[in-house]
Design a binder for this molecule. Structure first.
Ligand SMILES: NC(=O)c1ccc[n+]([C@@H]2O[C@H](COP(=O)([O-])OP(=O)(O)OC[C@H]3O[C@@H](n4cnc5c(N)ncnc54)[C@H](O)[C@@H]3O)[C@@H](O)[C@H]2O)c1
Length: 331
């Protein structure tokens, strides 16, 4: 029930037909602190009434006491695999935050646990559900403006400061800026264009020389399409947070910038810019609604598979290797 726990709570609480019956957090002060949330995106501030929710500090005890249909795992990244497997083994569907895990073995174990339990495991790649990104995927797939010529993505801010013991600052526990932040764009690139055959990444380190804090990747595809993405935890605090893209198609350029007004527009080669309508809500509420639909038995199009989520880790690990070796890495 840290930053993302509160975000998921808000989404579940708003959804008809769902009830949050229990919360687990190792921090026993959570019910007293309910309603305060730090983070880089709005939406986690909603007050929580713990009179109506059973609170646990022990996950195993919650699983054995409550009759849960599903759980949102919003733990620090290094705990995703262990807790996801426990929940799946207990027969509970899992919506686990991104990144799926820190290495491919953990991802494979999570997939295996989902397959043997027969329960759904969805990883929180909320950008696939973010209304403007979802609309852009739809436009690209329709082919109405031709194919992608080039695409560039940005996700820039300061390093998260709210994690207990600064776990975000420890690459062995968070995966650093590449796996924690930039992976949103890495995953979206593979969503619209498939797996790149190689990545060429460049990174800047913090003053200690230990952690990568700013990075850029070029994703290589067989055709001439130029695709880059930049991620940063190194911006000055007064910069705030920005996620944006420019996607150049043969017949239009699609532009998104969360700091602009309008945030989203299509600039056709012929004619004036258009502001397409997008779904209501945000990426978090849309992904929780999708997951709830799936576990409720609705036939929905597949937006994110477990293998897609593992592939996002595979590409991210190649990006980290590319930065370290200062050379392209084949995937
Ligand atoms: N999708 C997004 O846009 C987005 C944004 C931020 C974070 N995240 C991801 O969400 C995850 C959580 O990030 P956060 O910002 O919420 O972190 P956080 O540090 O704010 O919250 C983690 C919570 O887990 C609790 N916890 C730690 N160990 C525990 C244990 N053993 N048992 C029970 N509770 C335990 C902590 O007390 C804390 O409340 C990370 O994987 C992060 O990458 C995703």
């Amino acid at each position: 029930m840290g930053f993302m726990g509160r975000m998921h709570y808000r989404c579940w609480d708003e959804l008809d037909g769902c009830e949050v019956v229990a919360v687990c957090d190792a921090d026993s002060e959570v019910p007293a602190k309910a309603g305060q949330a730090e983070g880089n995106i709005d939406g986690a501030e909603k007050p929580i009434n713990f009179d109506l929710i059973n609170f646990y500090t022990d996950f195993d005890q919650m699983l054995s006491t409550e009759k849960l249909d599903a759980v949102s795992i919003t733990l620090p990244t290094w705990l995703h695999a262990e807790f996801t497997k426990k929940a799946l083994k207990a027969g509970v569907h899992v919506l686990c935050e991104k990144p799926m895990a820190l290495n491919l073995q953990q991802c494979q174990d999570m997939i295996e646990a989902a397959r043997s339990s027969g329960k759904i495991l969805q990883i929180g790649h909320c950008i696939r559900f973010w209304p403007e990104y979802a609309k852009t995927k739809e436009i690209i797939s329709s082919g109405q403006y031709g194919s992608v010529v080039s695409a560039t993505f940005q996700r820039l801010g300061t390093a998260p400061s709210w994690g207990e013991g600064n776990w975000f600052g420890d690459e062995s526990r968070s995966g650093g800026v590449t796996m924690d932040l930039h992976i949103h764009d890495t995953d979206y690139v593979q969503y619209i264009l498939g797996m790149p055959h190689a990545v060429n990444s460049f990174g800047a380190k913090d003053p200690s020389g230990k952690n990568i804090v700013h990075m850029t990747t070029r994703y290589d595809y067989d055709d001439d399409v130029l695709v880059t993405a930049e991620g940063s935890w190194a911006m000055a605090p007064s910069y705030g947070f920005k996620m944006s893209f420019n996607i150049v198609l043969e017949e239009a350029t699609i532009v998104y910038d969360c700091t602009s007004d309008p945030v989203f527009k299509i600039c056709p080669v012929k004619g004036d810019p258009l502001m397409p309508e997008v779904a209501s809500g945000d990426g978090y509420s849309c992904q929780v609604a999708h997951f709830a639909g799936l576990i409720g038995g609705k036939k929905l199009p597949e937006v994110i598979s477990m293998n897609d989520s593992m592939d996002a880790i595979k590409i991210s690990l190649a990006e980290i290797e590319s930065i370290k070796k200062n050379q392209p890495v084949t995937i």
